[in-house]
Design a protein around this ligand. Structure first.
Ligand code: R7I
Ligand code: MG
Ligand code: MG
Ligand code: MG
Length: 373
């Protein structure tokens, strides 16, 4: 039992890393051909096999570098592990230090101002720089959601959604104060948490999974501070009508339920209605869809790959913010299928896998320690 949970913790963090590293190869492309992606993945597998058989050294150990998604997830995990609790100044400082150490990891367009602010400010004000973004409305980017999976591991033993939601909100507000960014991060964390608790030997009940998400999210969406800015106005002819709902994440989750019942769901429909862009509302729902779709059916053209791989590869074929949708979906899928489901060649060629594994072990060890009340 414990061994399985450890594998699922590792699967979650490593799943996020490989989704980011492989997804990053396609970031920003409006169209990713499934056949091209499969060819690349099969070549990766073949290279690794040759290398294993002949003991040849690959030209580069880390073929695929991680981006800001993983860089920030590492800071979230590192801070929670080292401090044993949420420590806002420490985590904020880690985000900023990491950014100034390696600013070229593909960070969002506006977030550098937050890191500047955190560096320049005294630590009691660690939340202030983020709250000043976008004239005080805060960023609605997906930078909070992309890094949040470690929070679900940290609170796993509590099995308390309210506690997880509060932690996620605090972590997200360090850089993103817009309610859409916070609710998106909460949705990812709740999905990871629910995934970790799904039985591995029973078919996933998508309606039940989605309903459980809606029950927890709806009160938050209904109660949020109505003064904070909503999504940008819809573009002419946009099919993203659900973005304008008063409870947009719940509206999209309901739509995902229907989409999962459509046998010939087109990727274009997913992209047009849910979105795969850098906003949280325009990317987190797509990640949930990828995870659930691969869980309940074999995705055409990807059926030779296992469920974990199908999740990540399908996410990438949607195009757009591929590293981020794939990292979020990869964390959800890894939490269900476990470390063993992540192809060895992916683990070998992606940067940051060993560290993710070590961090998952730390979180797992926390679940084994006796709790002091
Ligand atoms: O959210 P964030 O950390 O970006 C994460 C994304 C992921 O895809 C990463 O892989 C990386 O590529 O970037 O960074 P932010 O700069 O806070 O938000 C991202 C972008 O969303 C901004 O640069 C803006 O273009 C847009 N955005 C907004 N635009 C107008 N008004 C976010 N909030 C607003 C807003 O309030
Ligand atoms: Mg990135
Ligand atoms: Mg980028
Ligand atoms: Mg991205």
């Amino acid at each position: 039992m414990d061994k399985i949970l450890l594998s699922r913790f590792k699967g979650c963090l490593v799943g996020g890393v490989v989704g980011d590293c492989i997804g990053a190869l396609y970031e920003g492309l409006s169209h990713v051909k499934t056949n091209d992606l499969i060819e690349r993945i099969n070549k990766l597998e073949k290279d690794r096999q040759t290398q294993r058989e002949h003991g040849t050294k690959p030209a580069e150990k880390y073929g695929f570098s991680y981006t800001d998604d993983t860089a920030m997830a590492r800071s979230v995990a590192g801070s929670l592990i080292d401090k044993g609790q949420f420590d806002a100044p420490d985590m904020g400082k880690r985000f900023a230090e990491e950014y100034f150490r390696e600013p070229d990891r593909g960070y969002g367009g506006s977030i550098a101002a937050v890191f500047d602010g955190i560096r320049d400010t005294n630590t009691t004000d660690v939340y202030q720089p983020a709250s000043k973004q976008f004239e005080g409305s805060g960023s609605y980017g997906n930078g909070g959601a992309m890094r949040i999976a470690p929070a679900a591991l940290f609170t796993f033993c509590d099995n308390n959604a309210t506690k997880l939601i509060s932690l996620v909100s605090s972590i997200t507000r360090l850089t993103h104060t817009n309610h859409l960014a916070i609710h998106g991060a909460i949705l990812v964390a709740l999905a990871v948490d629910q995934s970790l608790r799904l039985p591995q030997d029973t078919a996933v009940d998508c309606d039940e999974f989605i309903e459980a998400l809606i029950i927890k999210l709806r009160p938050l969406e209904e109660e949020h501070d109505k003064s904070s800015m909503g999504p940008p106005p819809l573009k002419k002819n946009s099919k993203r009508v659900l973005d304008a709902s008063a409870t947009p994440y719940c509206a999209k989750l309901k739509r995902i339920k229907e989409m999962l019942k459509e046998p010939n769901l087109k990727t274009a429909t997913v992209v047009e209605e849910l979105g795969t862009d850098v906003s949280a509302l325009g990317s987190v729902p797509a990640a949930v869809l990828c995870f659930l779709k691969a869980a309940i059916q074999n995705i055409p053209k990807l059926k030779d790959h296992n469920k974990f791989s199908q999740t990540v590869l399908y996410a990438i074929t949607l195009g757009g913010d591929t590293d981020t949708v794939a990292t979020m979906a990869g964390a959800m899928a890894g939490a269900l299928y476990g470390m063993e489901a992540i192809p060895e060649s992916w683990r070998y060629y992606c940067e940051g896998v060993a560290d993710a594994e070590t961090m998952a072990e730390h979180f797992f060890n926390m679940t084994q320690a006796p709790t002091v009340q």
